[in-house]
Design a protein around this ligand. Structure first.
Ligand code: ADP
Ligand code: 5GP
Length: 206
């Protein structure tokens, strides 16, 4: 017979034991997730970043196996067929992103909790799967105009990719109320401080 504690850790789905917590950051591209997640990783040594697989090409100074597992579309679809993803999305037309089951397991095996940077649909899907073991945070920019400014300022996307991201952002902003927590990212320092407090409370909860 499983005791209550073991039951709590037991599998909710996907034949995979829950061995740690999941902290999910979602938002439209350019809202500041990556910046805030990097800050949290420096602040909390017990967190480790879930490196997603993607079919998009490397951007700026990104590094394979650090920022993403950059793989071909064929390899990605092969992994889909083998049920290797806990979730995946065609975030932009023809461009896939997904969280590998093996990645979450790798981090839990290290005794750490997992922090994710996912699109809004993927973020909500993971939250639904892991319930109280997960917290889903929506990073909200002050306005769509500021979001566009940040995307342009980042300077990593060509005009086509920028338009695609801006177009998608309007719809994504409407998902905010479905998240556990809305983190306003107006002033970065304030947002980072608020994020720290929220993560600390979640990690210290049962
Ligand atoms: P995302 O991961 O959500 O796509 P990024 O973290 O890459 O967003 O942030 C997009 C750009 O906006 C980056 O150039 C980043 O330095 C900048 N940025 C993030 N937060 C703020 C903020 N509060 N104020 C001004 N610029 C910001
Ligand atoms: P970017 O190309 O700017 O790195 O990411 C584009 C979008 O894909 C972002 O919203 C990012 O959060 C999302 N994303 C990154 N990895 C994953 C993933 O594994 N699954 C899902 N659903 N979205 C992801």
């Amino acid at each position: 017979m499983m005791n209550a504690c073991a039951e709590k850790r037991a599998n909710v789905s996907n034949n995979f034991m829950i061995q740690g917590k999941l902290i999910i950051f979602s938002a439209p591209s350019g809202a500041g997730k990556t910046t805030i997640v990097k800050h949290l990783l420096k602040t909390f040594p017990q967190l480790s970043f879930s490196i997603s697989a993607t079919t998009r090409p490397l951007r700026g100074d990104e590094v394979h196996k650090k920022d993403y597992y950059f793989i071909s579309k064929e390899e990605f679809l092969h992994k889909v067929a083998k049920h290797e993803f806990v979730e995946f999305e065609e975030v932009y037309s023809g461009t896939f992103y997904g969280t590998l089951k093996s990645e979450i397991q790798r981090i839990w095996n290290e005794g750490k909790h997992v922090i994710f940077d996912l699109d809004v649909e993927g973020g909500l899907r993971l939250k639904k799967k892991y319930g109280a073991h997960a917290i889903a945070v929506f990073v909200q920019p002050p306005s769509i105009d500021v979001l566009i400014e940040r995307l342009r300022g980042r300077g990593t996307d060509n005009e086509d990719r920028l338009s695609e991201r801006i177009e998608k952002a309007e719809k994504e902003l409407s998902y905010a109320p479905q998240f556990d927590y809305i983190l306003k990212n107006h002033d970065l320092q304030t947002a980072c401080r608020e994020a720290e407090e929220m993560v600390s409370n979640f990690l210290n909860s049962h």
